[in-house]
Design a protein around this ligand. Structure first.
Ligand code: SF4
Length: 695
């Protein structure tokens, strides 16, 4: 096979996402792989003391778990088996799967839960391995890094906007100028290159490359489209780095298209590695469900009007059809049961009996718009796309209101947007994604590797296997690289009231205050609800000698940065800080959690899952709610010890872990932290630390 040389470019924008110089082939390149095999570097020779890694990595330590994981991944790839492996923080798991992937010669997708990990793999781990394995530059890898379509610019939409009086306000005009100038130079079209563009830019939403308005090969910009280019790169890469959202969006498109060869954007691969795999059920659930919203209908109306106006084709008939759809949709969404947040829509039948005429009128207005669009003579290509969208919405509304599918929960979500906007979503989510994932993913893939620091419950994977539909899989829980017993002390106060009682907040605030005095701040105080967070924060405001930061006062990344830079800071936060947050060193010396993180039982998806497991004769509490909370608690506590040198205090203010029978499952699932119920032991533990460190 012809060798594919890779040019490492370090200065261009293109370098941010694609570091390969590819030959015109759709076959995966495997030159790098054969080179590794030729060198005959075994996994042991790579990871063991005195091996390649020890000679090339400045902070090398031998990690038994890392070598074991690499061997397990290699075996799974060779034997075409699925593997589920829990590898705690500090294992070095990215290298443990990358080396066997490179040695395997297979084209592999690596899917991560967070953008941070995607970036770490692409910008740090893979370049490091290339340098270590191919120091002379021969036989390097073709690697690409893909994000969701809405991260990329749609050139056609940008060109269509040019000269149109549809920009609203000075800010949008400024953004437009910046994007138009950037479009001339960017190689990737990825908005991440445009640092000055605000996250919530309304203009970006109008010109991103979401599939909704894409006309594919009929587009005049097809040849230089960033999505086409991304697709081409993926076809020519050995390793494709995506995130779970992109992966499952692609999988659901393929499933809907019944696996037609040109469906989706990700190519066929020999294996998929899912890192941060504890998130798979939630992400998969959202992509195999159906969701319509008032915003989506409005977007269709706006796109139809905008496009036809531009093309001087906006007839009175079409204007009338759009107007009618707008009115019908507004009326229908207003009729839906009232409520804020997420709530179940169980009584759809009663609703339809009462409001069937309005639903029918909405469906008819989709039909009317569709036929008006189809009747347009010599229509531009995008009109076919609008007709398809109208039809798709009509079918989805039909499913959401009339389906009797027993494996689906139907629910409504109301969220306030900017400028007093009320977003209403009508949703359908699979109650159990296991049968879907089994058929669409695991039965079709030769090898899937699922890994995370938090997958096992009580030392086993039954929960994950059951939730994800994984059968016939190898399993491994790796020994930790950290000495948790000497690095962390877990304190559970036995005297606090049950966190479900009204007395809890005041008592908890008092204990948090005392604990923060002992640790001298330097803490995350993590809550399971905003209400509890705000309540405790207000009680402690002005009572602490340390700077207090509150989630919501600034974007997450800015808060984290402030926490890192502010001596003795204390951060009050909720679920979004329970995972994917990494603060190493003494700055974070304490993590306090208010209560066992059971999912809100009234959440419509959780409630439906509980009901379904119980109805099948299972015990939802022990089979679903407790294991899910165990995984979340392990994630939350996992914020504290991020390196061999970290030490600190973990606090769980919820003593049900000691008093209830199910508490044992939590205790048995946590790492072997030193444990105490005595405040005095906490003081002593920190006293020892203070002496040692000369505080
Ligand atoms: S092919 Fe689709 S995404 Fe690409 S420029 Fe054309 S319309 Fe936009």
């Amino acid at each position: 096979m012809e060798l594919i040389r890779v040019k490492i470019q370090t200065t261009t924008a293109r370098d941010s996402y694609y570091r390969d110089f590819v030959a015109p082939t759709s076959q995966p390149a495997s030159a790098g792989v054969s080179s590794v095999k030729k060198q005959n570097v075994s996994l042991y020779q790579f990871f063991a003391p005195g091996g390649v890694l020890s000679r090339t990595h400045p902070a090398y330590e031998f990690r038994r778990g890392q070598l074991q994981m690499a061997q397990a991944v290699e075996q799974a790839l060779e034997e075409k088996r699925h593997l589920i492996v829990e590898a705690g923080t500090g294992t070095g798991k990215t290298l443990a799967y990358l080396v066997p992937v490179i040695r395997s010669g297979k084209r592999v997708i690596i899917s991560t839960g967070t953008k941070n990990l995607q970036e770490q793999l692409f910008h740090k781990d893979i370049p490091f391995l290339e340098q270590a394995l191919f120091p002379d530059g021969e036989g390097r890898l073709n690697v690409c890094y893909m994000k969701g379509r809405n991260n990329y610019l749609c050139r056609k939409k940008l060109y269509d906007l040019t000269g149109q009086p549809v920009l609203s306000g000075l800010e949008e005009i400024e953004h437009y100028r910046a994007i138009a100038a950037w479009e001339n130079t960017t190689q990737t079209g990825d908005r991440a290159e445009l640092a000055e563009l605000p996250e919530a830019s309304a203009l970006w939403h109008k010109i991103d490359a979401r599939s909704d308005a894409c006309i594919g090969q009929k587009c005049s910009s097809w040849d230089k489209c960033f999505i086409t280019e991304m697709h081409r790169r993926a076809m020519e890469s050995d390793i494709i780095i995506v995130n779970h959202h992109l992966f499952f969006a692609d999988l659901s498109i393929k499933q809907q298209a019944e696996y037609a060869p040109d469906a989706g954007i990700l190519p066929e691969v020999g294996a998929v590695i899912f890192d941060e795999a504890h998130e798979l059920e939630d992400v998969a659930g959202s992509y195999f469900g159906v969701s319509v919203s008032n915003g989506r209908v409005e977007e269709l109306c706006r796109d139809v009007e905008g496009s036809l106006q531009r093309n001087h084709m906006l007839s009175a008939a079409i204007s009338g059809a759009v107007k009618s759809l707008r009115e019908r949709a507004m009326f229908f969404f207003a009729l839906l049961p009232q409520g804020e947040g997420r709530f179940s829509f169980e009584n759809r039948r009663d609703f339809l009996e009462e409001n069937g005429d309005e639903f029918l009128a909405l469906q008819q207005s989709f039909t009317r718009l569709n036929s008006e669009l189809e009747n347009l003579p010599s229509k531009p290509e995008e009109v076919f796309n609008f007709a398809r969208r109208a039809q798709e919405l009509q079918v989805q509304f039909g499913f959401l209101m009339e389906s009797e599918d027993v494996n689906t929960v139907f629910w409504i979500e109301r969220r306030r947007g900017g400028r007093d906007k009320l977003n209403v979503y009508l949703q359908a989510t699979p109650i159990d994604v296991a049968p879907i994932l089994k058929t669409c993913l695991f039965d079709k893939l030769e090898c899937a590797v699922l890994t995370s620091a938090t997958l096992a419950v009580g030392g086993g994977f039954e929960y994950m296997r059951r939730r994800l539909g994984l059968e016939h899989t190898r399993e491994s829980v790796l020994p930790s690289h950290f000495d948790y017993e000497s690095q962390a002390l877990l304190y559970v106060p036995p005297d606090l009231p049950d966190p479900r009682t009204p007395q809890f907040a005041a008592k908890a605030a008092g204990r948090i205050r005392r604990l923060l005095e002992i640790t001298r701040g330097r803490a995350f105080v993590l809550f399971t609800s905003y209400a509890q967070m705000n309540d405790v924060y207000q009680r402690l405001l002005g009572e602490l000698d340390f700077p207090m930061l509150l989630q919501g006062d600034a974007p997450k990344s800015a808060l984290l940065e402030e926490f890192r830079l502010t001596p003795n800071a204390v951060l009050f936060a909720t679920s979004s800080f329970w995972q994917g947050v990494d603060v190493q060193g003494e700055q974070l010396s304490c993590v306090i959690i208010d209560r066992l993180p059971f999912a809100v039982p009234s959440d419509p998806v959780v409630a439906a899952r509980v009901k379904s497991i119980d109805a099948e004769g299972g015990n939802a509490f022990f089979q679903y709610q407790v294991p899910a909370a165990v995984i979340t608690l392990k994630q939350g506590f996992g914020r504290l010890i991020r390196s061999l040198h970290d030490r600190g205090l973990l606090v769980l203010l919820d003593n049900r872990i000691l008093k209830k029978q199910y508490g044992r499952v939590f205790v048995e699932s946590l790492p072997n932290y030193a444990r105490t119920t005595e405040l005095r032991a906490v003081e002593e533990w920190f006293g020892v630390e203070q002496e040692e460190r000369g505080f």
